[in-house]
Design a protein around this ligand. Sequence first.
Ligand SMILES: Cc1ncc(C[n+]2csc(CCOP(=O)(O)OP(=O)(O)O)c2C)c(N)n1
Ligand code: SF4
Ligand SMILES: [Mg+2]
Length: 307
Amino acid sequence: MAISLKDLDSHELNDWCPGCGDAGILLAVKNAIINSGVDPHKTVIVSGIGCSSKLPHFVNVNGIHTLHGRPIPFAEGVKIANPELTVLIDSGDGDTYGIGVGHFISAARRNVDIKLFVHDNGVYALTKGQASPTLPEGTKVKGIALPNINSPIDPLILAIAAGYTFVARTQSYNVKEQTDLMVKAIRHKGIALIDIMQGCPSYNEEYTSSSWFSQHLIPLDSNYDPVVHNPLDEKEVMEKKLQAIKILLEEKSDKMHTGLFFQWENPDNFEKRLMDRGLESPIQQEICNKDGKPTVDLTKVVQTLEV
Ligand SMILES: Cc1ncc(C[n+]2csc(CCOP(=O)(O)OP(=O)(O)O)c2C)c(N)n1
Ligand code: SF4
Ligand SMILES: [Mg+2]
């Protein structure tokens, strides 16, 4: 049965500031769930801690609001336990590229089929606007006394180098571009990153406003082809990674591209690796017979616990 935006409304109203880009991302996530045709009952949104991480409360699907920096291992666990689920992460730039950066890198080594939608506003908004890892050096925002002394990381380059198989950038006020990329990410088999430049009018008003984005962000050239067409061709994989990294390295913080930079349906995903070892996901394992009696004998385990 077709679902509508209303079906995806939760009972909670969002408490984001007026004009916050998180609202545009929320609408795009709902659109993407509808347009990709996934079953809301089999969709899970996982988040960490931050303004952005409140998002699962506002969508009528399954949600887990976890710990700061930890949504990725939660999401991996959910997907590995039940591969039938569509597993999305909505989390902040501080959450993902700051405290959670170890998980961000390690997740690429496993290529579990999860989708990261990172709300990238350049600040730790929930804790009053400290500089996040993506805030450009020399930028002065409200929550810091002096211009940022640290140079920024480029999450897209980091993701491609680490092994992400789908890497894209968009911005929170462009709901159509976000929706289209999210649908592609959901349909992609493997780990996907969409870095969403997100408006935070309260703590990073100047560099994340809708007018700043329209002046400084340009779509990738329409002839640009991000897709690896023969997933087994290592040379093509390398060429497609290099062309994406070259564009990203040549960008300036006030002239960046949006769109899909790189996509490779790498058949070597974690589900396949588990299958190759004869390991079934917990959802596929029989744990009881038709009378509800456990089919697993736990006697030996219990004996080891005896004192
Ligand atoms: C382990 C831990 N360290 C620090 C915090 C405090 N804290 C809560 S949210 C946050 C930063 C949020 O920034 P970001 O992830 O960019 O999300 P935003 O609020 O910008 O959407 C911090 C440092 C915490 N909750 N837990
Ligand atoms: S502080 Fe920024 S990110 Fe948080 S709700 Fe307000 S505008 Fe949005
Ligand atoms: Mg942030």
